[in-house]
Design a protein around this ligand. Structure first.
Ligand code: ADP
Ligand code: MG
Length: 615
């Protein structure tokens, strides 16, 4: 869900969009850019009081962030191998715990405002795990108002300065997407609302309250009230609204020549995997849905990147409510900023690294779209060396090719044939560019789908385990007969267990459907992969029959380069999964030892017992 990509490759350096965040924001109509910022929140007073929490995040200047190794003491193996978990990342902007919401705003959302007053759209996302500060960043407090009120204040300031020329009308709405249902956050007990496609206005939510605002004074209260209406789970108080996405939309209509700009400010649901929260019952299902929405969002932004290359690309907006709603803010002349939130505590290390990896990929992809080479997210050592070597070779051969070409002009250099059969222009830069982009998209989609399937499987396993224990307990209650006595505690327990059983079964069924859809998408993806491969093969053959020798070698390298790149990305994914599994196992084993110790069983006795049992 984090593979965001900017839509238009820029010709200048990788900070192009970072610099753009600081400009007035009204240049470059028709192109889009994604600013990626990261923000680390401070330890809260409660966390500081606990002796075991340490701040492990350091922001070096305004771009570099370091996450220190969270382990106080190393285990023997790590110490011997000098393994450290310290990680460094670079972003368009990085904010440490002393940064105010205004600091963050100045470098992210602010750049979007002038566009909105000129009839363009913009979208600001707060991304990150539950408790990392997304809502704080978006809404904020009276002393430190967040992106939502600050945007509105700036809009009104700008309106005042332009009031001689134009009149404006500003309206706001605030809604929530929870479990793929839409609720109005500006009214009490909102029923779930429909999402309709209006041919002129795009996605609309009939019945959604839209308030007219004339200044930014009361908006903080309104937002806070709205936020309090977000869906929460009564069983886990600290997971407040972590499973819902909240979208504030500010509409600005400018009269004389009527223009409407729209700014969407999105407080996303927690990015942690469903299995990482203490989810039970219906929350498991929510977890799967939330991640689907985040995934859908990433897929759309990536596809939009591809669209800018001129190809008729399908952007899967329809895959989730969130993406349908945000569609207009993501296409055409719109701009996007993402604030990735992390908390600085050592206990949050895994969440922090996951969030930074996602945000990092956003930035990396942006760079690589520009350079038009197949991008590999993180190269595990060997693969990286090979890729770099191949990159050099490819560049060298490209140069040779150019030189060879200048002697013999190509009959129709601009024509592009997907199948690559038109051999005259096989090595046309645009042909290569399209090939690179296709390969990249294809691989990334595959990884996203793998991830989604993995997630669904995880959730299903948990649901099945819980279902089994629910069944066991029900049988137990029914055996004693106590569950038959009206008004008894056992009877009410049995009722709630039956309810839980039904919800778990629903969740499992839904998960199976989703997995079926993902597997179909995976098949389509594999079809596309084969098509790309045959494009390369056919081009190679065609060349071979004409020239023999040298040029097919070039294509072979290209093909090899592609394969290496893909396997490296996949290796990276597998490594990430394996790391997660290992970390989980380590935790479980740690817990087991602690439990045994608490029960008065020594390590030796436990080992002995395990041997006897053949474990
Ligand atoms: P999320 O919406 O990501 O789940 P919240 O925004 O609710 O997280 O933040 C969790 C807690 O941390 C809240 O108590 C919030 O007030 C506090 N917090 C978050 N960011 C900051 C910050 N930059 N400065 C001070 N407190 C913060
Ligand atoms: Mg929140």
């Amino acid at each position: 869900m984090g593979f965001f990509r900017s839509r238009k490759p820029k010709a200048d350096d990788r900070w192009a969009s970072g610099a753009f965040a600081e400009t007035s924001g009204d240049g470059g109509i028709g192109e889009t850019s994604l600013t990626v910022a990261v923000r680390s929140r401070p330890l809260l007073p409660d966390e500081r009081r606990r002796g075991d929490r340490r701040d492990i995040v350091r922001v070096l200047d305004d771009k570099h962030i370091v996450v220190l190794d969270p382990d106080d003491e190393k285990n023997y193996l790590d110490e011997r191998t000098h393994r450290t978990k310290e990680r460094r990342y670079t972003f368009d902007k990085a904010f440490g715990s002393s940064a105010s919401n205004r600091d963050v705003y100045q470098k992210t959302a602010r750049a979007l405002i002038s566009g909105v007053l000129n009839g363009q759209n913009g979208t600001v996302f707060a991304y990150g795990a539950t408790g990392s500060g997304k809502t704080y960043t978006m809404i904020g407090t009276r002393n430190d108002p967040g992106m939502m009120p600050l945007s509105l204040m700036d809009i009104f300031d700008a309106i005042r300065s332009m009031s001689g020329e134009y009149t404006f009308e500003v309206t706001c709405s605030y809604l929530e997407v929870y479990n793929e249902l839409i609720y109005d956050l500006l009214v009490n007990n909102s029923p779930s609302l429909d999402l309709r496609e209006d041919p002129e206005r795009g996605a609309t939510v009939p019945g959604l309250r839209r308030i007219s605002v004339t200044n930014a004074d009361n908006v903080l209260d309104v937002l806070r009230e709205g936020n309090a209406r977000r869906k929460t789970e009564p069983t886990e108080a600290n997971a407040v609204s972590s499973r819902s996405h909240a979208v504030m939309e500010i509409n600005v209509r400018r009269f004389s020549r009527v223009l409407t700009g729209r700014l969407s400010l999105v407080d996303l649901a927690g990015s942690e995997r469903a299995s990482e929260t203490k989810n039970e019952g219906s929350k498991l299902r929510d977890g799967a849905n939330i991640n689907r929405s985040l995934l859908a969002l990433a897929n759309c932004i990536n596809a939009l990147g591809k669209k800018q290359q001129g190809a008729g690309v399908y952007v899967p907006f329809r895959n989730s409510k969130l993406t349908r709603l945000l569609k207009d803010g993501l296409v055409g002349n719109s701009r996007t900023a993402m604030v990735a939130n992390v908390s600085c505590g050592n206990d949050q290390y895994n969440h922090t690294i996951n969030t930074l990896k996602y945000a990092d990929r956003a930035k990396e992809i942006k760079t690589n779209v520009r350079t038009n080479v197949v991008h590999v997210a993180t190269h595990p050592g060997e693969a990286q060396r090979v890729i770099e070597q191949l990159q050099d070779e490819v560049a060298g051969l490209k140069r040779e090719l150019k030189a060879a070409r200048s002697g013999a002009p190509i009959s129709n250099p601009s024509a592009i044939d997907d199948a690559g059969v038109r051999t005259e222009d096989v090595f046309d830069d645009r042909w290569l560019e399209k090939l690179s982009v296709d390969v990249h998209e294809n691989t990334e989609e595959r990884i996203n789908l793998q991830r989604a399937l993995f997630e669904l499987e995880d959730v299903a396993i948990q649901s099945r385990c819980e279902l089994a224990s629910v069944e066991d307990r029900l049988v137990e209650l029914e055996m004693t007969g106590a569950a038959q006595i009206p008004g008894s505690r056992d009877k009410s327990e049995a009722e709630s267990l039956r309810d839980r059983r039904r919800r778990l079964a629903d969740g499992l069924r839904e998960g199976e459907n989703a997995a079926r859809r993902d597997r179909a998408a995976m098949d389509a993806n594999e079809g596309k992969r084969r098509e790309i491969q045959s494009r390369i093969d056919r081009a190679a053959e065609a060349r071979e029959s004409r020239n023999g020798g040298k040029l097919p070698a070039f294509l072979r390298i290209l093909s090899q380069y592609r394969t290496r790149g893909v396997s490296s990305m996949e290796a990276h994914f597998q490594l990430a999964v394996r790391d997660g599994v290992l970390a989980d196992q380590r935790d479980v084993i740690g817990c087991m030892w602690r439990m045994l110790a608490a029960a008065g069983v020594s390590r030796e006795r436990a080992v002995e017992a395990a041997k006897r049992e053949g474990v």
